[in-house]
Design a binder for this molecule. Structure first.
Ligand SMILES: [Zn+2]
Ligand SMILES: [Zn+2]
Length: 337
């Protein structure tokens, strides 16, 4: 079975934090945090239309300029999500440049910041020299973790963690995983092709079994329009299983409240990306700087019963000792200490 998401860190673990998630067949990607992101290259950066920012300390936001530069001049909408203050930060970044020659540029930037009780949003258009247009605030979901982006295929939720400022932890959850059995299709004389994407979309949308749709099928030498009934096609060719879950946590202090929120966020995740800037022997410093230790990351991953733990955002003080950090986290995760 092919998973829908393929995820990886933007940089090596001593580099700026960031997570890139490709959505397979959709030519679409999600980006968590905006630190240095040169390593991704223009094609992948352009694909990341939705960006989730944990907080705007420099190592999590300096890459905004890079993505802005690449997206400028393309017919594109960039959507950013994050904690209070994000709109002011984006406004500040955009005011750092002169925009007298971009009238015809089709770039739009939408920013949404999530406050404890409301969502504020602003839109910036290149054609208006990126002067912010603020929309009236909307009330926010009281749920925890609260939804930040709801797509037919997946949901991204967040929690606000204590980093002396709110730092958002995120979880990406695929609604359900839809797998088309290509062997069975072939046996039934049906071709693969973009009609399968449409089919998946209909299933995600929750259309009823008797829903009828017309698919364009491309055979080797001909093209054919054919009508199908959703329930019938699904039962014959599709397997639906539990969706993937990916959690991302950076920059948070280890205390009871943060721990409860993180464990809840990451519960049962297939992959849990968790910061581990410090070794346990420097737990005091970690606490002072509102960060986690590798052991704390491992303990929380074990409590949350995740399948895989990936630690990153290592402090430069341990340069050359990355293995030790990984080892400490894994030992705690596997319950060996
Ligand atoms: Zn920070
Ligand atoms: Zn950081």
């Amino acid at each position: 079975m092919t998973p829908s998401f393929s995820s990886y860190l933007v940089n090596e673990p001593f580099g700026d934090p960031g997570l890139y998630v490709e959505i397979k067949w959709a030519r679409r990607a999600l980006l968590f945090d905006l630190g240095h992101n040169d390593a991704l290259g223009p094609t992948r950066l352009l694909r990341a239309g939705e960006i989730f920012v944990s907080h705007t300390h420099m190592d999590h936001f300096i890459g905004f300029d890079k993505i802005l530069r690449i997206a400028l001049g393309r017919g594109k909408t960039l959507r950013l999500f994050g904690p209070p203050g994000l709109i002011a930060n984006v406004t500040g970044k955009l005011r750092g440049y002169t925009w007298n020659l971009v009238d015809g540029y089709p770039l739009t930037i939408e920013v949404r910041e999530f406050h404890p009780h409301e969502i504020r949003s602003a839109t910036f258009l290149a054609s208006e020299s990126f002067e912010p247009r603020e929309a009236p605030p909307r009330s926010r979901h009281a749920l925890s973790p609260f939804p930040v982006l709801e797509d037919p295929m997946f949901t991204v939720r967040a929690i606000a963690l204590n980093h002396r400022i709110p730092s958002f932890g995120y979880v990406l959850q695929e609604q359900c995983h839809i797998n088309v059995n290509k062997e069975k299709l072939r046996a039934a004389g049906l071709p693969v092709g973009s009609w399968l994407k449409d089919l998946k979309q209909l299933i995600w949308q929750g259309q009823p079994d008797d829903f009828r749709f017309t698919a364009t099928l491309y055979f080797e030498h001909r093209r054919e329009e054919r009508e199908f009934q959703l329930g019938e096609v699904r039962d014959r060719f599709v397997t639906i299983t539990r969706g993937q879950k990916i959690a991302y946590v950076v920059d948070a202090r280890y205390d009871e409240e943060n721990e409860a929120k993180i464990v809840d966020l990451a519960r049962g995740a297939d992959v849990f990306y968790c910061e581990a800037p410090y070794l346990e022997r420097d737990a005091d410093k970690a606490r002072e700087r509102y960060h986690l230790t590798a052991r704390q990351a491992g303990l929380m991953a074990a409590k949350a019963d995740v399948r895989q733990l990936v630690v990153f955002h290592f402090s430069p003080r341990y340069t050359g000792q990355g293995e030790m950090i990984v080892q400490e986290a894994m030992q705690a995760f596997e319950g060996r200490q």
